[in-house]
Design a protein around this ligand. Structure first.
Ligand SMILES: C[S@@+](CC[C@H](N)C(=O)[O-])C[C@H]1O[C@@H](n2cnc3c(N)ncnc32)[C@H](O)[C@@H]1O
Ligand code: SF4
Ligand code: SF4
Length: 475
């Protein structure tokens, strides 16, 4: 999400799953009520909260992101479409994060066109997924992913769809690989997320050496043990920098009560009984005065929730991921896994090979990227339309580009990369030099899309690309 301020509003006070790393799953029956109230937020309360946010927002309204969840499953809400529409009407961004096991309201949720839908999961096969998404069925999730993709395409929706793949020790191999393939095929953005022990209360207890027997297995399955996370956080404590969860977020529960932050679960830590009774400024002042925040920042737990030390985490966690066979650790990024067969990673490899003056490596990267582009878009969707979209910004392809494609998945770049490499390696390019293409692009720019001359030129551009995608490298 691209936002300066986030308001988490809990529209459903319960969840259909019991993930063991989440508070909803790791508080036993009888204790879950410490944090989960159950029930759903009425539309009127939701709108009152939005109206107050509109009056008090510390940022321009288009930079305020309303997340319809904290510790609940938003897709259960029978009026989710109305809640999304009400948020958009006020000019805010709006996002849903869902385990996607409950699909009854899927269509109307999508048709309300939220800014973002995040699909949280942790495996491709049930044996993997079911361990960390307890009570969930990954086959239902996958079929709902397909439905979402179809609804988005059929209705030409701009909603960005993110697959938040929770990374554990048990699921970074073949499962991650296959989920990356599926996400690519559906044109979703894969976003690997390091699974943490939630909520804050449990993390602080773990810091003090108290991990409940029932949580031991979950903790052992994390890529980084909380002890390791705290040790790294302590190294960087003097970096300070405050806490974004404290200063740039507000979290409202299903009954209107205000949580200290989105990492806290137990209602005993709440800072106000009703969001509507306090000014946003006052609420932030309460957060700043919170003893729990002092404790949290004092040991760097906030750095864990903000993933502030991800580069250091990688040094320890990377080899553990690599041990699962599919990733080599080198440079696994902030949220990315470069060895996954995604365009941006393949393109990075292409460019690196070019700079390294390594022709063999370059050809392998080029072949892999060309294959990926072909597989994902087919010829016409990418080779032809991608160029058109660059020219007009109003073609169908331009809309496709808008929808959350991250990274350079652009055959034009591939084309120029090929020509650069041809020069570097002293080879003859299989295609004409870049000049031809430049001329064609310049020509096409003169005409309207409906013009037959435009179409003829665009067709020629498409042919260039088609040849490009058919060749693996230079001759
Ligand atoms: C608690 S969930 C509630 C929303 C919804 N039920 C879901 O799972 O997406 C809120 C966010 O926390 C993330 N999340 C859940 N468990 C996590 C964990 N153990 N570590 C890191 N993030 C987690 C989810 O991906 C989701 O975006
Ligand atoms: S992570 Fe989401 S799906 Fe899993 S138990 Fe928590 S709220 Fe439910
Ligand atoms: S300091 Fe800790 S408790 Fe306070 S807002 Fe940040 S993460 Fe939450």
């Amino acid at each position: 999400m691209d936002a300066a301020y986030i308001a988490n509003i809990e529209i459903v006070g319960t969840c259909n799953l019991r993930c063991p790393a989440c508070a909803v799953g790791n508080y036993p029956d009888g204790q879950r009520q410490l944090g989960s109230l159950g029930g759903t937020m009425p539309l009127a309360r939701f709108e009152a909260i939005l109206d107050k946010l509109a009056l008090e927002s510390p940022v321009p309204k288009e930079q305020l992101f309303v997340a319809l969840y904290s510790w609940g499953e938003p897709l259960i809400h029978p009026k989710i479409d109305l809640l999304i529409r009400a948020t958009k009407e006020r000019g805010f961004q709006v996002g849903v994060s869902s385990n996607l096991n409950y699909g009854n309201h899927l269509e109307k949720m999508m048709l309300a066109e939220p800014t973002e839908v995040c699909i949280s999961l942790s495996g491709f096969r049930q044996a993997t997924y079911g361990r960390s998404h307890r009570g969930g069925d990954v086959e239902i999730v996958k079929s709902n992913m397909q439905r979402i993709a179809e609804i988005r395409e059929a209705n030409d929706l701009d909603t960005k769809i993110i697959v938040a793949y929770h990374l554990y020790r048990h699921n970074c191999g073949q499962d991650l690989f296959e989920m990356a393939e599926l996400a690519d095929r559906l044109r979703f953005t894969l976003n690997p997320v390091w699974a943490l022990l939630l909520p804050l209360e449990k993390l602080l207890a773990a810091r003090d050496g108290m991990i409940a027997q029932a949580d031991q297995e979950t903790v052992a399955n994390l890529l980084l043990h909380p002890d390791e996370q705290f040790a790294i956080a302590r190294e960087n404590l003097d970096l300070k920098g405050g806490c974004d969860l404290q200063s740039k977020r507000i979290d409202v529960d299903v009954d209107g009560a205000v949580r200290l932050c989105c990492a806290t679960f137990e209602r005993g830590t709440n800072i106000a009984a009703d969001f509507l009774d306090q000014s946003l400024d006052d609420l932030h002042r309460r957060k700043e005065r919170s003893k729990l925040c002092d404790d949290c920042m004092g040991c760097g737990a906030n750095r864990i929730f903000m993933a502030s030390d991800i580069d250091r985490w990688m040094e320890i966690g990377g080899p553990r991921i690599a041990a699962q066979g599919y990733l080599n650790n080198a440079g696994l990024g902030r949220l990315d896994a470069p060895d996954l067969p995604r365009e941006q990673n393949l393109q990075a490899e292409l460019i690196a090979a070019h700079h390294a003056d390594d022709r063999r490596r370059y050809e392998a990267a080029h072949a892999a990227l060309a294959r990926r582009l072909r597989l994902k878009y087919g010829y016409d969707a990418i080779a032809f339309s991608a160029f058109r979209s660059r020219l007009t910004q109003r073609s169908d392809a331009a809309k496709v580009w808008r929808r959350g494609f991250h990274g350079p998945l652009d055959p034009l770049r591939l084309y120029f990369a090929q020509n650069r490499a041809a020069r570097r390696f002293g080879l003859t390019p299989t295609l004409h030099g870049g000049d031809d293409l430049h001329d064609l692009l310049a020509l096409a720019r003169n005409w309207d899309e409906g013009d037959t001359r435009y179409q003829a030129t665009a067709q020629e551009i498409g042919d260039h690309c088609r040849r490009l995608l058919d060749r693996s490298a230079v001759a």
